[in-house]
Write a new protein. Sequence first.
Lengths: 106, 259
Amino acid sequence: MSCRNEPKLSASDPDDFERRLNTRLEEHRARHAPPRDSGAWKLAVRYGSEFAGGVIVGAGLGYLADRFLGWTPWGLPAGVLMGFAAGVLNVVRAAQSMSRSDDASH
Amino acid sequence: MADATNPIKQFEIHSIAGIPFGDWKFDFTNSSYFMVTSVILVSLLLSLAMSRRALTPGRAQSMVEMLYEFVTAMIRSMAGDAGLKFFPFVFTLFAFILMGNMLGMLPYFPAPGFHGFTFTSHLIITFALAMSVMAVVIGYGVFRHGFKFFSLFFPSGVPWPLYFLLTPIEIISFLSRPVTLGVRLFANMLAGHILLKVFAGFVVMLGSMGAIGIAAAIAPLAMVVALTALELLVAFLQAYVFAVLTCIYLSDALEPGHH
């Protein structure tokens, strides 16, 4: 008796509906996950711009220090070196975040 | 002829109307025209598509809903549920850039001069967009966390003398974000459009060389068709990448010192 009633009951039970809806939604989300970063060109642009950005900003800050704080000639070389370090840091972080999003989507 | 095959001509900015402002004159350029058009088109399309508000969405409405879901899922996966309060900002950026990139794919457009223009292929515009992202990140970070926001520049678990070296590096790394964010969008759009125009120029040049030239022009023409498809993909992808990186940087504002 209870066995026969069960499917009918669960079909009208709002909690159960919620649960089934959520599992379907989860499946849907997993299937339509946003595209991952892949492809050689995109990787190159990503890493390249991360690294170049660090160097450019470092050199720019060094130049400004030379110009306005009178650190000539030490500001620019120090800035470029710091910029290289920052660029490497950027690339490492980009690689970390990319491998993390890879793990999450597998 | 020279104009027709000049790959850089498409990036020219010229004034359409001057707006006098005291002693100054602001130029309303073709770039401004395309940006205004982009904003109007996005608002119009979204409000038109959502005007029926049907429970079972039609084609237009489900496209808008897909866009909404797409951006929501992106923010959730990058910045968590707390990031959703930035949804309007990220969605606006995404829609604006996407529409700008897509308008750039039209070779002719009802504009003064009737030629297409891609405003995202200008560094100053992508850089301004990137700076607005950084302004939100810094503004919200300081508003929310006060001086603790600057713990971003002091990585934890390091002996203190190293801060003299690490803090400048972290600051440069932080300052380089708007540069990379802007340069990436700009470089992709610029390179793609130059490439398209170069191959299209080959078609014109070969086509003016008689029967053999026309036969030979088939190869670059096929290339242009393939590149146009690729550029459509890039146009979407770059808008997506810009929005994703915005989310990543916003997550720093939400929880600084959490790398």
